[in-house]
Design a protein around this ligand. Structure first.
Ligand code: NAI
Ligand code: UGA
Length: 431
């Protein structure tokens, strides 16, 4: 089937490459010419495991092309909309500028019978508005939210755990079934519903995940003043299948281009709908999350005798999670910048996040080599749980540092082993 993907960022580039892998004829469209040039050469413009191979294969096969010219997408049967919906500069609402610009650019080339399938995360009600906007073209509109996780984006796209369509016409669901035939034949659950439910499924899923993380971080706050251990607590409650252990990792909290902005956009949309109180708890979810970063700063100040001023601090990790180069709303980078703001001599390191971090915070010092970053540091702060940091040898690190002090902001290190190696060790909700 001929498909287009409008917007080729973390979501769209993976979607385009995965659809070509499934045998479709795909054209990716993006307004960013340098991104398009890279993608067209089979190069991933960001770090995502498995994506480079898929891009090379797709481009070589001729089934995957990229362009800045939306007219080249005119003959696609399904146009996936995957442009960004960031937080607005001056409010909590989603900035829908890119969505409307993409639909307005697409409208003149839309063929009757084609389908626009929205994948971007949007406030409930957006899809119906877009459907009206393209009504005169004879093309249809469906909402097909995306649940992929960065770091696992390729597998999540090719073998999703569920597929959701919001449609106004059953024929649109049939068309999308043809797109996702491989997954559907493999038994992937598929939920067909109306437009607002499909939009809300996505918002609700991210709100739930954020709530689960803030719940365990709230327990970490209580553990910190009672001597309890939040990791043992998570293991114990997680054995209850109704709760589940996944997404109960306490630490410096959630970041990224999605969970933080999505809960804020949901709150803003609920206010517009006169239902602010229904999701008022999401303000607490956000507040708990942001407090965890403060906690790391407070611990650093405390461990360094009341001030971090002119103290050499190694910050291990910059991206919002491992296996990604994404630093959008990253708690790790935020901690590094705040420590620097307090006058610390911050040496930051990360396997894939340095380039993006330097562009945002050029004032920080970056070193690619982990051991060089730790060299002579009076405190190490682990804030992104890359395997490389999980596997650090405590005795070796102690030998590199000026004084063996560490804050494990992701609760991934073996407390006893690090203490035994002579470290002053602080976790978040662990002792
Ligand atoms: N990153 C992720 O893991 C996931 C993202 N989402 C949602 O998908 C959407 C996209 O997110 P990301 O890919 O992370 O954002 P991104 O910022 O990485 O990518 C957006 C892309 O759209 C392009 N663009 C902007 N305006 C355009 C236009 N008028 N025409 C063509 N291209 C245009 C930009 O140049 C950029 O390459 C957001 O709504 C996000 O909430 C949903 C699930 C997963
Ligand atoms: O809408 C989106 O864009 C995506 O947002 C999240 O995916 P992602 O942002 O890639 O990353 P997650 O694995 O959800 O992690 C988000 C943040 O939560 C943090 N986290 C996660 C789990 C946990 O137990 N504790 C915790 O602090 C991570 O460190 C990270 O900063 C969702 O998991 C995806 O289903 C969704 O499609």
């Amino acid at each position: 089937m001929k498909l287009s993907v409008i917007g080729c960022g973390y979501l769209g580039a993976v979607h385009a490459a995965a659809m070509a892998k499934l045998g479709h004829d795909v054209i990716g469209v993006d307004t960013d010419a340098s991104k398009v040039a890279k993608l067209a050469a089979g190069e991933a413009p960001f770090h995502e495991p498995g994506l480079p191979e898929l891009l090379l294969e797709g481009v070589a096969s001729g089934r995957l092309r990229f362009t800045t010219d939306i007219a080249e997408a005119a003959d696609a049967q399904v146009h996936f909309l995957a442009v960004g919906t960031p937080q607005s500069a001056d409010s909590d609402s989603a900035d829908l500028r890119f969505v409307y610009a993409a639909v307005d650019a697409l409208r003149p080339v839309l063929q009757p019978g084609a389908l626009v399938a929205g994948k971007s995360t949007v406030p409930v009600g957006t899809a119906a508005d877009l459907a009206e906007r393209i009504a005169t073209t004879g093309a249809g509109l469906a909402w097909n939210p995306e649940f992929l996780r960065e770091g696992f984006a390729v597998a999540d796209t090719i073998t999703p755990d569920r597929i959701v369509y919001g449609v106004t016409d059953p024929a649109h669901a049939d068309l999308l079934d043809d797109v996702y035939r491989v997954a559907i034949d493999a038994g992937t659950p598929r939920i067909t519903t109306d437009l607002p439910t499909a939009e809300l499924v996505k918002t609700a899923a991210n709100a739930f995940l954020a709530t689960k993380i803030s719940f365990i971080n709230a327990m970490a706050e209580i553990a910190e003043v009672t001597g309890a251990d939040v990791t043992t607590l998570a293991d114990a409650i997680g054995h209850d299948a109704r709760i589940g252990r996944r997404f109960l990792n306490a630490g410096i909290g959630f970041g990224g281009g999605c969970l933080p902005k999505d809960i804020r956009a949901f709150t803003a949309r609920a206010e517009e709908l006169g239902r602010a109180e229904s999701v008022a708890f999401l303000r607490q979810v956000d507040a708990i999350n942001l407090r965890r970063r403060e906690r790391v700063i407070d611990l650093a100040v405390e461990m360094l005798g009341g001030s971090v001023f002119e103290k050499r601090i190694a910050v291990l990790g910059l991206t919002f999670k491992p296996d990604s180069d994404d630093i959008r709303d990253s708690p790790a980078l935020d901690v590094a910048a705040r420590l620097h703001g307090l006058g610390a001599e911050v040496i930051a390191t990360d396997p894939y996040g340095i380039e993006n971090s330097r562009a945002k915070h050029p004032q920080l010092e970056y070193i690619a080599d982990t051991e060089a970053a730790l060299d002579g540091a009076e405190l190490a702060v682990l804030v992104t749980e890359w395997d490389e940091y999980r596997g650090l040898d405590a005795a070796r690190v102690a030998g590199l540092m000026g004084s063996p002090r560490i804050i494990d902001g992701r609760n991934v290190l073996d407390v006893a082993a690090w203490k035994q190696a002579g470290f002053e060790f602080r976790g978040l909700g662990r002792h």
